[in-house]
Write a protein that binds this ligand. Structure first.
Ligand code: PRX
Length: 656
């Protein structure tokens, strides 16, 4: 552990007095309330935070665990909670979204305007035949329309599944096919870093790959007006359909357990899984964590830099802040365009008070601002900031300290929020008015979240001993199932070895011996975290071996990387002789481009090493442990006596 990681940063005195959770004793009181009566705790909050059409009659039904059901009997609508309720509260003229385009153009939309837009979109979806329970795939970039489209699906009870705009046609096809979607919503193009990138053309390619026959229509938002192919009878322009629609729309009142969305994420084996979230429980935790973790106040300007293609963009853009009537910034572009001061300029321009980003963005900005000192945050007035957040991967103490000092001016607490696509919202996180901070630690569980650390047999471990992170009690925003694969849901998250009802996060963790603070030590399965993006090694291996002309065998592992956290390293055996020199570089490039085509640019391996073979045991099993050491450039200290071909390690250590 580095030196800085032992320093304690107490909450600012003013925040400890006035925050939603004011001081550590207030945090402890909430934890005790939840421990004393878990159901009463969540029931109280569900009544306080959400607006129900019909009240629930039971908080938690555990009769079919691990298929937990929350807020039985209750009906509500997520879009009604996020929009109508705020307009009714008198926030109609308050700015809901401040959209800043890649080129700096700013568009503001009030709650009343956003409600009207969502209603028109919802009416358009109904006019296209979309009904409650139908799946709608959204393949769009950051935009007011993207957020409104998600909300419109929620309004009519359709289940959205947003696919990140960086995924390839093949990856998009797989997701459309798995959901059985009847409609795809996209844009003509997206604009990032001064470049136009295709979206609609990729949708066309995805549909042409086959397996998406349920798709009857494609709805397209015109972002750039660029030339894109148009299929008459199938494709519809938003600009033509929306103006015809009424700007009121009766919400579809759904059961609390009605699926709100599916979001695909990577596991250690098999194809990406469609994580299914509910309406009531999910929305409760989205709103509650936004309120407590970010101490959201009516006058705040909230900015979460995530993309709506990831869970962070769902919970902390589309649902949490809107459910609380917040004003938020939505940004189309990238942090380094036109230069690395973009974030600082935007924070100042929009008077952002709560800023939530990923460690990988911070690390790349540290580098860029060191290279171009005029872009350093110290040259910008960031005095509007009061709270900073971090998400997606561990934040190393050096990046934490830079963020705290240079962005937060030494006065803003950093909430290092640990959570996952499956958890729906924050699980382990400081609360800014309550929790003393330690750089590199996500500190303590959110009230009501029974996180702990166990060994392989499910025995709880004492503080100081590393093990597997689990959650002992269900919580409202937990994953409900894997779409179409309940067996995989049970096996992945509620393994029999742990008793079948305890949630296994898939991360390793350790608690500090004195404070009990959690530090996440990284995934315990074959899932990588590259720039905060989650990827399965198996997915990348499958993409590589799908190049049947070139590749005989491939193994993918992660290695530490200063900027991206982890980097992808692929070990490849070709169907031809092992290449060297320029030929090796040429083939490596071809394979990188191939993976970008199969999955998306985010899955491109940083290193590709060629070998005559892979290190295998005598029974033919690839020894990934050894490959991880080779990839990290470490000396092999592990026992290699079971290895069939130990000399292969020297060959694989050679970098092209
Ligand atoms: O390994 C943990 C890491 O990201 C994984 C979840 O990835 P995903 O489902 O894509 O969701 C990312 C956004 C919530 C976790 O299993 N992770 C996430 N947040 C943190 C983290 N690791 C350490 N510290 C965090 N704050």
């Amino acid at each position: 552990m580095s030196e800085t990681s032992t320093q304690l940063y107490p909450p600012p005195a003013e925040m400890a007095r006035t925050a939603h959770v004011p001081g550590f004793a207030a945090y402890q009181a909430l934890v005790q309330e939840a421990d004393a009566d878990h159901q009463a705790f969540w029931g109280r909050l569900a009544r306080d935070v959400l607006t129900w059409r019909t009240p629930f009659t039971q908080v938690l039904d555990e009769s079919n665990a691990p298929f937990y059901r929350w807020f039985e009997g209750g009906t509500l609508n997520a879009s009604h909670n996020c929009l109508d309720v705020n307009v009714e509260r008198g926030l109609g003229d308050k700015t809901a979204l401040i959209f800043e385009a890649d080129d700096g153009t700013i568009t503001r939309e009030s709650y009343r305007q956003l409600l009207a837009r969502v209603c028109r979109t919802a009416n358009a979806l109904r006019a296209m035949g979309v009904q409650k329970g139908d799946r709608v795939v959204i393949y769009m970039a950051m935009s007011i329309e993207g957020v409104a489209t998600m909300q419109a699906c929620a309004r009519i009870g359709a289940i959205h599944s947003v696919v990140f705009g960086g995924f390839s046609a093949q990856a998009l096809r797989d997701r459309i096919a798995d959901t059985g979607a009847s409609l795809v919503i996209t844009a003509d193009e997206q604009v990032r870093g001064g470049k136009r990138l295709p979206l609609k053309a990729i949708v066309d390619d995805a549909l042409a790959l086959g397996g998406c026959e349920a798709v009857r229509q494609v709805l397209m938002y015109t972002r750039t007006g660029g030339q894109v192919p148009f299929v008459p009878g199938r494709d519809v322009k938003m600009s033509e359909l929306l103006p015809e629609q009424a700007d009121t729309c009766e919400p579809e009142w759904v059961d609390a357990e009605h699926p709100l969305f599916l979001l695909y994420t990577s596991g250690s084996t098999g194809a990406p899984k469609g994580v299914q979230h509910s309406t009531g429980g999910y929305l409760l935790h989205a709103a509650l964590t936004t309120r407590w973790t970010f101490d959201l106040r009516p006058e705040d300007v909230f900015w979460c830099t995530a993309d709506i293609g990831w869970v962070t963009g769902h919970t902390y853009i589309t649902y949490g802040p809107l459910a609380l009537g917040a004003t938020q910034v939505v940004f189309e572009g990238v942090p380094t365009y036109p230069d690395a001061s973009r974030f600082w300029q935007m924070i100042h321009k929009h008077q952002v008070s709560i800023f939530y980003t990923a460690p990988t963005a911070i690390r790349s900005l540290i580098k860029a601002c060191e290279a171009a000192p005029a872009q350093h945050p110290r040259h910008f007035d960031l005095s509007s900031l009061r709270i900073l957040g971090s998400v997606g991967e561990p934040i190393n103490p050096a990046a934490w300290t830079w963020y705290h000092e240079h962005v937060g001016g030494g006065r803003c607490p950093i909430v290092d929020t640990f959570w996952q696509t499956e958890t729906g919202g924050h699980m382990i996180t400081p609360l800014p008015g309550a929790t003393p901070l330690v750089p590199g630690s996500c500190t303590l569980p959110f009230p009501g979240i029974a996180a702990t650390i166990v060994d392989e047999t499910g025995n709880e471990l004492p503080w100081g001993q590393g093990g597997m992170l689990v959650v002992k009690r269900p919580w409202p925003s937990m994953i409900r199932t894997i779409w179409g694969n309940p067996e995989r849901f049970k096996k992945s998250y509620f393994p029999e070895e742990l008793g079948g009802t305890i949630y296994l996060a898939g991360d390793g963790a350790v608690r500090d011996e004195q404070t009990g603070y959690f530090t996440i030590t990284g995934r315990i399965d074959d899932v990588l975290n590259v720039s905060g993006h989650r990827m399965g090694t198996m997915e990348i291996e499958s993409a590589l071996v799908a190049h049947t002309e070139l590749v005989a065998e491939a193994a993918v592992v992660g290695r530490p990387d200063d900027t991206t956290g982890e980097a992808i390293c692929a070990f490849v055996v070709l169907k031809r002789a092992r290449p060297t020199g320029e030929e090796a570089q040429r083939i490596a490039k071809e394979l990188r481009d191939w993976v970008a085509k199969e999955i998306g640019p985010i899955a491109k391996p940083k290193d590709i090493r060629f070998g005559d073979n892979l290190p295998k045991t005598r029974s033919g099993k690839i020894m990934r442990r050894l490959l991880r050491s080779v990839a990290a450039g470490q000396a092999i200290t592990q026992d290699t006596s079971t290895l069939e071909n130990p000399q292969i390690l020297t060959q694989l250590a050679e970098v092209n």
